[in-house]
Write a protein that binds this ligand. Structure first.
Ligand code: DLL
Length: 434
């Protein structure tokens, strides 16, 4: 398969590390001179841009957290004058102020090129028609994918979210060959297509560009089966750029990081000590070439590990394994770490359930409780109480063996669980509210 940017995507590791070192030195000078936040931090730590010469020097630099971005709301972290900033986005953060990010013209060009690398790796080319069903607006998903598709030379349908039935009609009538949306929305699309009585033979879809939220291998299998397409992972976050920070290739063995622009590290989230390849920890990124809002060692809170082995596709970039969750998404229930993705993999491996779930955590008499809400699929639902109890018991046992704690299972009425248009919400933690 053709590689979009052969020079960068297949550069030898030695050359890449040299390039990364040069870019890091330049970046550190930029933020030292233009961002008071970083100058103060570096002065406190007694370092100057001259101390940063190679990429290995990165460990001398300070970390940046989401709280730092909040403290400098709205534009205190910008390293360029507003006259150079041509676009703003903002994250939808559920608590406190949103995080505002700014891009220069060059930043936007790099972002589009990164997304183009992803689409190309998914086998999408000039002759494809791509429906972008991520939200357009302050969220980076819609516009991020949009310009990547245009830069590739394919045709973009700027669908955004909402009006699912109209979207399905357009997908069919325009002969869309690819769709970009959250994996949970892809499943909702499949459900709606089935409800409308349409067959996938009426569509020309072949590829899905899925990201914006963690998803499991089981979910991929389910989406691929129901939509009759191949689903690829695209990862990213607004603070670093938006979608397009990493992407799967045809080998689908981890996601290649666009590491000539975004340098990854893995740290222990408790001690902040760097961890080696293959170890799971918190992903940290440094934006090597960004001008608008460059960040040093930004703590993403995403939990993953890095792979440094050669990939069969010929790309040399370091890969990241699928994000298992966020360090702040991790629930601690009766002292045990629980990730929503674990529950998801259990539900998706059982054919009796819709691929939807909600975890409700509470504290009753000082004891944490976990309720898992699921919908039984039509065709598996029956009036036979004993059969339903047996199904419940089977799910509860499977949950127990994966989570190591007991979960109360609750069967919901068909259609009762929320179908997300964008990122899905999987946890209600009532302990926080109390
Ligand atoms: O979600 C950017 C994006 C849009 C990526 C569309 C891919 C596709 P934020 O809203 O800032 O940006 O949220 C970033 O979403 O730190 C992860 O926790 C999660 N996330 C994004 N993509 C993936 C993925 C966009 N492929 C946060 N797998 C990140 C797992 C993902 N988690």
């Amino acid at each position: 398969m053709m590689i979009w940017n052969q020079n960068k995507e297949c550069m030898s590791r030695e050359e890449m590390r040299e390039l990364q070192g040069k870019r890091l030195h330049k970046l550190v000078s930029l933020v030292y001179h233009n961002t008071p936040f970083y100058r103060n931090k570096m002065q406190e730590m007694n370092i100057t841009p001259d101390d940063i010469r190679t990429i290995d020097d990165i460990v001398k630099l300070p970390f940046t957290t989401k709280q730092d971005l909040r403290d400098n709301y709205p534009t205190g972290m910008f390293a360029s004058n507003m006259s150079e900033i041509v676009r703003l986005h903002a994250s939808s953060g559920t608590t406190g102020s949103p995080t505002v990010v700014g891009y220069t013209r060059k930043d936007l060009a790099i972002w589009s090129e990164s997304v183009t690398r992803c689409l190309n790796a998914f086998g999408i080319g000039r002759n494809d028609i791509v429906s972008v069903a991520y939200g357009y607006g302050l969220f980076t998903g819609g516009l991020g994918l949009h310009y990547g598709v245009e830069n590739l030379g394919a045709t973009v349908i700027p669908t955004s979210t909402g009006s699912t039935e109209k979207h399905i009609k357009l997908l069919r009538d325009l002969g869309a060959t690819a769709i970009a949306c959250t994996p949970s929305y892809a499943l909702y699309l499949a459900e709606t297509i089935e409800k409308m009585g349409l067959s996938m033979d009426d569509f020309k879809l072949k590829a899905g560009v899925f990201g914006g939220e963690p998803w499991t291998e089981e979910m991929r299998v389910e989406i691929e089966r129901r939509l009759g397409i191949k689903g690829y992972n695209i990862y990213g976050l607004s603070e670093i750029m938006g979608p397009g920070v990493s992407y799967e290739c045809e080998c689908q063995c981890g996601s290649h990081i666009v590491d000539d622009h975004f340098y990854p590290e893995i740290i222990d989230p408790q001690t902040c000590e760097p961890l080696g390849y293959g170890k799971q920890g918190e992903l940290v990124f440094t934006t090597l070439t960004k001008e608008g809002m460059p960040l040093l060692r930004y703590r993403t809170r995403d939990l993953t590990s890095l792979i440094d082995e050669k990939c069969a596709c010929g790309r040399t970039a370091v890969r990241m394994t699928p994000v298992v969750g966020r360090s702040d998404d991790m629930l601690i229930i009766r002292g045990i770490n629980v990730f929503p993705s674990q529950v998801e993999s259990v539900i998706l491996e059982m054919k009796e359930f819709e691929p939807l779930y909600m975890l409700v955590v509470d504290r009753v008499n000082n004891l944490d409780t976990l309720e898992v809400q699921v919908e039984v699929r039509e065709g598996y639902y029956s009036d036979d109480i004993n059969a339903m109890l047996a199904l419940k018991k089977r799910l509860a046992n499977r949950m127990k063996s994966v989570l190591s704690i007991n979960a109360e299972i609750r069967f919901m009425e068909p259609g009762q669980l929320v179908r997300a248009q964008g990122k899905s919400q999987h946890v209600i933690d009532k302990r926080i509210i109390k």
